[in-house]
Design a protein. Structure first.
Length: 106
């Protein structure tokens, strides 16, 4: 579960929560079927899209956080500072898909 099932870079800080989500989905999947194999297949089908999206977001954050010094880095970091200062809720809205996800309803 978690990083053991879908390792990712630490740039979304979601390892622990992904493990908790995995545990919920795995328990739910195993509870609804007669065989472990069927439950594991259901778990994989249900978790793969979200895990892939978190992995992709972490990879993008890694690239953004480690831009080489220069105009692109200056522009990106300035945009982050301005966004978090003047419109923090708008800046965070792009992460609603991760922070407002309710695995018990998915």
């Amino acid at each position: 579960l978690g990083d053991a099932a879908h390792p990712t870079l630490p740039f979304m800080a979601q390892g622990a929560v992904m493990a908790l989500e995995d545990a919920w989905v795995l328990a739910d999947a195993l509870d609804k079927v007669d065989t472990v194999e069927t439950g594991l297949a259901s778990y994989q089908t249900r978790r793969r899209p979200r895990a892939a999206r978190v992995i992709d977001a972490a990879s993008k954050n890694a690239r953004n956080y480690h831009l080489s010094p220069g105009p692109l880095r200056f522009a990106a970091h300035t945009a982050l500072r301005l966004g978090s200062t003047f419109a923090p809720s708008l800046a965070m809205k792009k992460f609603d898909w991760i922070y407002k996800h309710d695995v018990t309803r998915a």
